[in-house]
Ligand binder design. Structure first.
Ligand SMILES: Cc1cc2nc3c(=O)[nH]c(=O)nc-3n(C[C@H](O)[C@H](O)[C@H](O)COP(=O)(O)OP(=O)(O)OC[C@H]3O[C@@H](n4cnc5c(N)ncnc54)[C@H](O)[C@@H]3O)c2cc1C
Length: 410
C-alpha cells in the first residue's frame, strides 16, 4: 500500500487525507500543534462558492485606500512586510484575471464543492449546525449594491444562484436588520456550518478511514529521492508522496528546501458574542461594507472579519475593531450591547491572485502543495482534497489544474 504524509491538520489537510484514504492510500497527518487549531476552526463557517471572486478583481483600491486612512478599514496592507514582488503581482493580476477567467472553473464546480462537504457531514456523528440555502449579504450604499448585483449576474452565468432583494424583502427574512439596509443578495445554494464542530467531525472521519494523526510534531524539511524523507526534530518519516497542506507556513517550510512561493498570511479575527434570550439572527449575514460575517451558532454569534497583510502579528487592534463593529451594529442593531466572550486572531493563507495552489512542485513527481485558499479555504476544502487525490492516483482531475500551478508564484 502506498504511503502518504500530509503536513498540516487544517481543513485542507484533513479533507485531503480522508479522500486519499478512501482511495486506499495509507495516510499520516503530521500536525505541529493540534488539529484545526489555526484558521480552520477560527473562520466564519461559510461554504460560499458563489461569493468567490479573487480580491485583486473585487477590491476597490481607491475606496480601500480611503478607508485605510480613516482608520476603520477592514483591510490593511504593509508594503514593507509584503514586499515589492507581492504588490507588483497583486496590481498586475487585476487585468490578467479579467482577461484570463480560468479561475472561474472553481466557481463553476461550486455545487460539487458543496456536495463533498455535505457528504462528509452525512458520514459524521457530529452536529455541525450545517445549513444550506440562505446567506444574506446586506448593503446600505447604492454603489456597493450596484457592484453586488453585477456579481450576482456573473455568478448566475456560472450555474449558481443568487437572488437580488430590496430592503423590505431583506427585513422580512431577517427582522434584526436596520432600516438603513437598501437591499442585498440571498445566496440560494451556499451553506454555513460551525467550523469547530466540523473540524472535530473531519478528524473523527479521518481516523475512521484509517488516517494516522500525529499531533505536536513539526515538519522541518524534506528530501525527495526514490522515496520522500520527511524530517522532524526527532524522527524521519518515509513516504511515496508528500502533501504540504500547512496553510500560510507552506512558504516557510518550502524556503528551508530552496523554494520561495508567494503564500502569505492575512490576519483576521473571530469575535464570539453571547446571545441574549429573545435576540437572535435567523440567517448568517455578510455585512459587506464592513466585510464582517455574523454567523448564528445557537447560544452565540460569531463575528469574523478584517484582512491584514502585515505578517504574523497577533496583537488585537481594539480601536479599529470597535470602529468596524459600530458599522456592524448600525446595520444589525440587535447585535449591539451583547457580551463579548472572546476575540481570537487567525491567519488566512493567501496568494497574490487569490487562486489556490494545488499541484506538484516544479520538477517533482512526489511532493504536492495544497493551500493558499485565503478567504475560501473551507469552501474549497473538499474539492481540493478531491483534486489532490486525483493527481496522486494519476486520474483526470475535475478541474484543469494548470491554473493552480505552484510555479506561477515562484
Ligand atoms: C476570520 C476568518 C474568516 C474566514 N471565513 C471563511 C469562510 O467563511 N469560508 C471559507 O471558505 N474560508 C474562510 N476563511 C479561510 C479559511 O479559514 C482558510 O482558508 C482555511 O482554514 C485554510 O486551511 P488550511 O488547512 O490551508 O490552513 P490552516 O488552517 O492554517 O492549517 C494549517 C495547519 O498546519 C499546521 N502546520 C504549520 N506548519 C507546520 C509544520 N511545519 N509541521 C506540521 N504542521 C504544521 C498548523 O499548525 C495548522 O494546524 C476565513 C479565515 C479567517 C481568518
Amino acid at each position: 500500500m502506498r504511503e502518504i504524509v500530509v503536513v498540516g491538520g487544517g481543513v485542507i489537510g484533513l479533507s485531503t487525507s480522508i479522500l486519499l484514504a478512501k482511495k486506499g492510500y495509507r495516510v499520516t497527518i503530521i500536525e505541529r500543534n493540534r488539529v484545526g487549531c489555526e484558521a480552520s476552526s477560527k473562520n466564519a463557517g461559510l461554504v460560499v462558492p458563489a461569493m468567490y471572486s479573487p480580491y485583486p478583481l473585487s477590491l476597490d483600491y481607491i475606496k480601500t485606500m480611503k478607508m485605510m486612512i480613516n482608520g476603520a478599514s477592514p483591510v490593511k496592507i504593509s508594503p514593507v512586510r509584503m514586499g515589492c514582488r507581492w504588490i507588483r503581482h497583486v496590481l498586475k493580476n487585476r487585468g490578467e484575471l479579467a482577461r484570463d477567467t480560468r479561475w472561474k472553473s472553481l466557481r463553476r464546480e461550486g455545487r460539487l464543492a458543496i456536495e463533498i462537504i455535505r457528504a462528509f457531514i452525512h458520514e459524521m456523528d457530529v452536529d455541525c449546525r450545517y445549513n444550506e440555502g440562505s446567506i444574506l449579504e446586506i448593503y446600505t450604499d447604492e454603489d456597493y449594491l450596484g457592484e453586488a448585483v453585477k456579481h450576482a449576474r456573473d455568478v448566475e452565468a456560472d450555474g449558481l444562484k443568487i437572488e437580488i432583494l430590496d430592503g423590505d424583502e431583506m427585513r422580512e427574512l431577517e427582522p434584526g436588520l436596520s432600516t438603513s439596509i437598501i437591499g442585498g443578495l440571498r445566496y440560494v445554494y451556499d451553506a454555513s456550518l460551525d467550523p469547530e464542530a466540523y473540524i472535530t467531525g473531519l478528524r473523527k472521519l479521518a481516523e475512521k478511514e484509517g488516517v494516522h494523526v500525529i499531533e505536536g510534531v513539526e515538519v522541518e524539511g524534506f528530501k525527495e529521492d526514490l522515496d520522500v524523507k520527511v524530517f522532524s526534530r526527532r524522527e524521519t518519516f518515509k513516504c511515496d508522496y508528500l502533501v504540504l497542506a500547512n496553510g500560510p507556513w507552506i512558504r516557510d517550510l518550502l524556503r528551508r528546501v530552496g523554494y520561495d512561493i508567494m503564500i502569505h498570511p492575512a490576519r483576521g479575527y473571530v469575535i464570539t458574542l453571547k446571545m441574549d434570550e429573545g435576540r437572535t439572527l435567523r440567517y448568517p449575514l455578510m455585512i459587506e461594507e464592513a466585510k464582517v460575517v455574523a454567523l448564528p451558532l445557537g447560544e452565540t454569534i460569531r463575528l469574523a472579519g478584517i484582512m491584514d497583510f502585515i505578517g504574523y502579528d497577533t496583537r488585537v487592534p481594539y480601536r479599529r475593531l470597535e470602529k468596524l463593529l459600530s458599522k456592524v451594529y448600525s446595520q444589525v442593531p440587535i447585535l449591539e450591547g451583547l457580551k463579548t466572550i472572546d476575540t481570537r486572531t487567525a491567519f488566512r493563507p493567501c496568494t497574490p491572485d487569490e487562486i489556490p495552489v494545488i499541484g506538484f512542485l516544479p520538477g517533482s513527481e512526489k511532493v504536492l502543495v495544497a493551500g493558499g485558499h485565503c478567504r475560501f479555504g473551507l469552501t474549497f476544502s473538499g474539492i481540493t482534497g478531491l483534486i489532490v487525490s486525483q493527481l496522486i492516483a494519476g486520474e483526470e482531475t475535475v478541474i484543469d489544474t494548470e491554473v493552480f500551478s505552484p510555479s506561477r508564484l515562484m
